[in-house]
Design a protein around this ligand. Sequence first.
Ligand code: MG
Length: 325
Amino acid sequence: MKIDMAYGSGGRQTSDLIHEVFLKNFDNKILCKMEDAAVLQVNPKIAYTTDSFVVTPMFFKGGDIGKVAVCGTVNDLLVMGAMPKYLTAGFIIEEGVEIDTIDRIAKSMSLAAKEAKVRIVAGDTKVIEGKGGVYINTSGIGEIRRAGVSISNCRLGDVILLSGNLGEHHASIMSHRMGIENSIQSDCAPLRSIVKNLMENNIKIHCMRDVTRGGLATVLSEAAASSSCAIEIYEKSLPISDQVRGFCDILGLDPLYMANEGKLIAAVPKDQAGKALALMRRSKYGENAQVIGKIKEGSGVTMITSLNGSRIIDILYGEGLPRIC
Ligand code: MG
């Protein structure tokens, strides 16, 4: 069965879609009340964010638009020192999409939400004319567990950790679009375990950011500018799988500018760097974590290359890869 305009009518078919797809997959007490708004119990200080997802193709190795829609918003909350609690999900569906496809996406969102320990408590569906695309907006609320974690709070002497390999989401999406056969999987994942372990073990995290569109180069440049400091990274320490490295070599891509959906950077005091690295590596999705650099006086981002040269790293200019998330 395909979605047609009647599924966006607000009538019978909309109700069927909500019950047979969304309530079935997102099943929880708050959502199932079907009120006009979810009523939530939260701690006084919350982090609140929203993001829209338009990735194409909708399904790819390692994930799909639903998984990205949950993980993207969850990770934005986590890197603010917040534990994600509630999500909303808004779907804009173009005519012609199979209901089974929506069900598959919703199932994937449900799995990711379970892993991230969030509940999807409100939602919306609209149907528009088109060619079978699906677009999802998620917003999320997380309870602040650690105040002051901020892109503007990197401090002199801090060490920068990266939670794992670069470029996998980007390479996976690009492979699909170009019809290149390989086994590169998107790294799309909720980073709850990494953040929880760092916070519960009293690591004094000054700054965290998930490394998404624009890649590591862009995130580091933003951190250096916001914190009025310089960042030095070491090419030798950057974790990149052989497969992604090969992929980049063939296509002339720079892993520093490639998108990820399950990686973060953290700036922590130098004397806690070893402990923080060990904690990351013990956490789910953190096994390839590395210390990649440090905060210095000055401005901008510099990379010490494998040949011991020095390269200035700027933010991404122009379009990286459209509809990557
Ligand atoms: Mg982010």
